[in-house]
Design a protein around this ligand. Structure first.
Ligand SMILES: Cc1ncc(COP(=O)(O)O)c(C=O)c1O
Length: 455
């Protein structure tokens, strides 16, 4: 083993640069040949260590071509975003530091930078400065954590300490979700012991936003899970109105805003997000629309004490003076210093830079939708944010068009079923996507349509 970092880090930097120099031109979904090449990793566990340069080169040579080009400009599948240069580089530096931001005793630097990132997140998202913030692996865990705080808050009102007493014999909590609830919120609900089958599902409008009139009567033992950014349509529930209804009843409102919460930055969307600040807890991701590297989710809770009560760990080997410690805001005790790349992204982009990415993604989603309509596709949703669902022909023809585009390597998007109709789902969420990328993708789709359906 080489005892110096220099050789490996420089090798890695060179290989990463080579990858990023080619990512705009490589097939957006890896070719069958590249995927077959992955069998080169099927080695036996080495008895003696192998050379590190050769190891990194193997990773680059075999792994690189079989990646999906999500850091490129024409990946439209799922809602993943790319990674901003400064965020990727800060992530490397933090990896070299190898700091866990559990508490200041673990890493004064990582905790400080994360604390500033948390403050900036609240500011840019327009949420109360006194909120509690925690960084998780992603929105799945941010939803889990926000809903755990909700569970703690509601049960403690009834004199029940769920952290100590558990759920056996606890007063019952009712959970209201949208019929369009994200699968990871359901997962969070099941992990928290609420049972994803015991929820009340609220009907949605044609774009997938909850119908206010269908929200059942609420009480102080109810959690309402709302959504800012439907994974197909981008629809935003009428969260302000739901929060006002909840306030009278004492119910808790949680917002799954994995990507959609960032739409709040745009003035033109203010009506869609009206009153959202009144919700009690929020989950979002930095690794999606803020374009930081994986993984980074964010949980925000108005009442920081509830987050802390649900998540805090106490031990004599930690300071007991009540000092803020990130480990007390999330499930993880030890973890990556995620705040570093969030801080770097926000510092290098500023509010204006982030808003420009959000606005450009939304404008490019509309450009995509218009171009698809010109090609004869029907757009199945109201393109309110960066998401669109389109369809044409039979489900078999649509699948063939998708396969044709995938094989062209020009762009990538996934299949979906939206309100009972087969479609393709397109998410524009990378900082790198420009108008020319939309036009190039439309050209690839036009060629695929020509090959499958004809003029
Ligand atoms: C609306 C919504 N909620 C939750 C999630 C889960 O986020 P993550 O994959 O970061 O855990 C996603 C991811 O696509 C999403 O779009």
């Amino acid at each position: 083993m080489d005892k110096t970092y220099e050789k490996d880090l420089l090798t890695s930097a060179g290989l990463a640069q080579d990858y990023l120099a080619h990512v705009l031109d490589m097939p957006v979904f890896p070719s069958a040949r590249a995927r077959a090449g992955l069998s080169a990793f099927d080695e036996a566990l080495p008895e003696c260590g192998k050379d590190s340069t050769e190891t990194l080169e193997l990773l680059h040579r075999v792994g690189g071509p079989a990646t999906t080009a999500t850091t490129g400009a024409r990946y439209f599948g799922f809602v993943v975003g790319g990674t901003l240069p400064a965020a990727a580089a800060a992530n490397w530096l933090a990896t070299a530091w190898d700091q866990s931001p559990s508490s200041e005793m673990n890493s004064p630097a990582a905790v400080k930078v994360e604390t500033v990132a948390n403050r900036w997140l609240l500011e840019i998202l327009g949420l109360p400065a006194s909120s509690g913030v925690g960084m998780t692996t992603g929105a799945t865990m941010a939803n889990f954590t926000g809903l755990a705080a909700a569970r703690t808050a509601l049960l403690s009102r009834k004199g029940w300490d769920v952290e100590v007493q558990g759920l056996y014999g606890a007063p019952e909590i009712k959970v209201v979700v949208s019929e369009e609830v994200h699968i990871t919120v359901e997962k969070a609900l099941s992990m928290l012991g609420f049972g994803k089958g015991r929820v009340t599902r609220v009907r949605t409008d044609a774009n997938g936003a909850m119908l206010l009139d269908h929200v059942p009567s609420l009480d102080d033992m109810t959690i309402v899970c709302t959504q800012a950014g439907n994974v197909n349509s981008g629809a935003i529930d009428p969260i302000g109105a739901i929060a006002r209804k909840a306030e009278h009843a004492g119910a808790w409102v949680h917002v799954d805003g994995a990507f959609g919460l960032w739409g709040k930055l745009l003035e033109e969307h203010s009506a869609l997000f009206e009153g959202i600040e009144q919700a009690h807890s929020f989950a979002t991701d930095a690794h999606k629309w803020l374009n930081t590297p994986y993984d980074c989710g964010v949980v925000i809770c108005h009442d920081a004490r509830m987050l802390q009560q649900a998540m805090a760990t106490v031990a004599p080997y930690f300071r007991e003076d009540g000092a803020y410690a990130p480990k007390d805001m999330v499930p993880e005790f030890s973890r990556r210093a995620r705040g570093v790349e969030v801080w770097a992204a926000l510092r290098t982009m500023g509010r204006e830079g982030v808003a420009e990415i959000i606005a450009r993604c939304c404008a490019n989603a509309r450009r995509f939708a218009n171009g698809l309509e010109e090609l004869g596709f029907s757009i199945l949703n109201d393109v309110v944010l960066n998401q669109l669902v389109a369809t044409i022909g039979t489900p078999e023809e649509l699948a063939a068009i998708r396969a044709h585009v995938e094989a062209s390597g020009e762009c990538w998007f996934g299949p979906t079923v939206w309100k009972g109709k087969h479609g393709i789902r397109i998410s524009v969420s990378s900082w790198r996507t420009m108008e020319a990328d939309i036009d190039r993708s439309l050209a690839a789709i036009a060629a695929a349509k020509q090959a499958v359906i004809g003029e």
